[in-house]
Ligand binder design. Structure first.
Ligand SMILES: Nc1ncnc2c1ncn2[C@@H]1O[C@H](COP(=O)(O)OP(=O)(O)O)[C@@H](O)[C@H]1O
Ligand SMILES: [Mg+2]
Length: 299
């Protein structure tokens, strides 16, 4: 995996390298490339020394000079990974990072271990990854890449705030551990994605009922998932459903709250109808929605 290479760079590079990497991060998040002269001025280092540090960072694929060195450097996702991983390793949040648990559209999820020996999940956002080939061709690389990096940081921050609220309210979501930049560390769920489970060990109507209860509890806690489907539900070893992947959640006061809530409920209910041939009354979704909307109504 590519992350192994980044982890090696985190071990091998010096504090000076990371000072330069942080300077490039600051420019990138503002949407511009960092010029070598500016870095050497800001850090009070000679031009030759900065050039050498940049060469090492470039060699480790943490940074990129899209229009040539003289036009400046931008941060790659590997560079943002390196910054977040170094921070979490140094702060004693993580002791090591292992293999991949899942590669999604806009994030990579790895298994990791804390200094106490707890196995956890490490999610690294990659907003815009699917548009990479498009933006590579444009002349606006620094600003586009910058806005993707910033979006990844925002997703991670949104996700951890939902996990904090929901976990505190007792919902079956991964317990949050820590967030730095675009990286979220949370409880590792031992199990499989609902969509990949052909035969369930428990009656499917029970699983559906538990999921609907979670949707209702989340709504009462003020949170609507907005991307709920069998791809974002994991069944643990006892067959209990956990809801993952919360970066796009909205609050109950969102103008389209009801629309998103309905879509989440429909996705889940119709999945169970199709996959497990559950028979549900035709008014079931609407009846359930009314009960949820009522329960969340302000007193
Ligand atoms: N807390 C977790 N424990 C175990 N596996 C996880 C956890 N979170 C995510 N995964 C795995 O990683 C995959 C992608 O994670 P997800 O949060 O759905 O992000 P996305 O779909 O945006 O890429 C999931 O489908 C799942 O296989
Ligand atoms: Mg997902």
């Amino acid at each position: 995996m590519e992350l192994a290479r980044t982890l090696r760079a985190v071990e091998e590079l010096s504090d000076r390298h990371f000072n330069v990497l942080r300077a490039i991060e600051r420019s990138s998040l503002r949407g511009s490339a960092a010029l070598p002269e500016a870095i050497s001025r800001d850090l009070g280092l000679s031009g030759d020394y900065v050039a050498k540090l940049l060469k090492d960072l470039h060699g480790a694929s943490l940074v990129w000079a899209p229009h040539g060195r003289a036009q400046g450097y931008v941060l790659n996702y590997a560079g943002l990974d390196a910054l977040a991983l170094r921070t979490m390793l140094r702060r004693g949040i993580l002791a090591s990072v292992g293999g991949a648990l899942g590669v999604g559209k806009e994030a990579d999820v790895y298994e990791a271990v804390t200094p106490e020996g707890e196995r956890v999940s490490l999610k690294l956002y990659r907003a815009g990854r699917t548009s990479m080939t498009r933006y590579r061709r444009t002349r606006e690389i620094p600003s586009e890449l910058g806005s993707y990096l910033a979006a990844s940081v925002r997703f991670a921050s949104n996700e951890i705030s939902a996990l904090r609220t929901l976990s505190a309210a007792g919902l079956p979501v991964p317990r949050p551990v820590y967030r730095n930049r675009h990286a979220v560390v949370a409880q590792l769920i031992e199990g499989r994605l609902l969509v990949r489970v052909r035969s369930v060990q428990r009656p499917p109507e029970l699983i559906l009922e538990e999921l609907l209860k979670s949707i209702k509890d989340a709504y009462e806690a003020g949170v609507i998932h907005r991307d709920l489907s069998a791809y974002n539900v994991m069944l643990d070893q006892e067959g209990r459903p956990w809801i993952i992947d919360w970066p796009q959640w909205v609050g109950r006061d969102h103008p389209n709250a009801e629309f998103y809530l309905r879509r989440d409920v429909q996705n889940v209910v119709y999945f169970f109808v199709r996959r497990y041939h559950l028979e549900v009354p035709p008014t079931m979704v609407e009846d359930f929605l009314s009960s949820v909307l009522q329960s969340g109504a302000p007193q």
